[in-house]
Design a protein around this ligand. Sequence first.
Ligand SMILES: Nc1nc2c(c(=O)[nH]1)N[C@H]1C(S)=C(S)[C@@H](COP(=O)(O)O)O[C@H]1N2
Ligand SMILES: [Mo]
Length: 156
Amino acid sequence: MNLLVFLLVLMPALAADNHPSAPPVHEQTISVSAETLAGLPRVKVEAKEHDNPTATYEGVALGAILERAGLPRGVNLRGKALRAIVLITASDGYQVVFTLADTDPAFTDRVIILADKKDGKPLPEKEGPFRIIAPSEKRPARWIRNVKTIAIKLVE
Ligand SMILES: Nc1nc2c(c(=O)[nH]1)N[C@H]1C(S)=C(S)[C@@H](COP(=O)(O)O)O[C@H]1N2
Ligand SMILES: [Mo]
C-alpha cells in the first residue's frame, strides 16, 4: 500500500472513534419493570451491606439487559462505546453511573446485577422492586434502591 495514503487517509480514520467499523451505540432509556428481567439468565450473589448480615441477592446481570437492548459487547465494545455511561435513576431521584465496559464480562469479572429478590423473596419495599447490587464494591453507595430507569448516554 502507498505509505502516503496510509498516513493521510487510513491512520486518522483508525484513530477516530467514529471509525466505520466501530459498532453504533444507541442512546436510550429503559423503564425498568419485570419485563426488563424476563427471560434473562438468573444470577445469585452473596453480598454484605455495611453491618447488615450477608444476604443472597438474585436477579440478572446488568450487562445482559444492555446486551438485549442492542448495545455493543465484547470485541464490539470499542470506539465510542468506551465513552458510553449507564446512568441509573431511582424513584427518590438518587442517581449513579457505571460505564458500559464495567458491565461486560469481556472486560471484568466484577458482576453488577439488577436484583429483584433477596433471600428468596421479592425485595422489601424499601429496596425494591429492583435494586442494583455490586458485590465487589466495598461501599454500597452504588447499590441504588428502587430503580426506575437505566439510561445509556455518550459522554463528550
Ligand atoms: N434510591 C437510593 N438508593 C440508594 C441510596 C439512596 O439515597 N437512594 N443511598 C445509597 C447509599 S449511600 C448506601 S450506603 C446504600 C445503603 O443504604 P441503606 O442502608 O439506606 O439501604 O444505599 C445506596 N442506595
Ligand atoms: Mo452511603
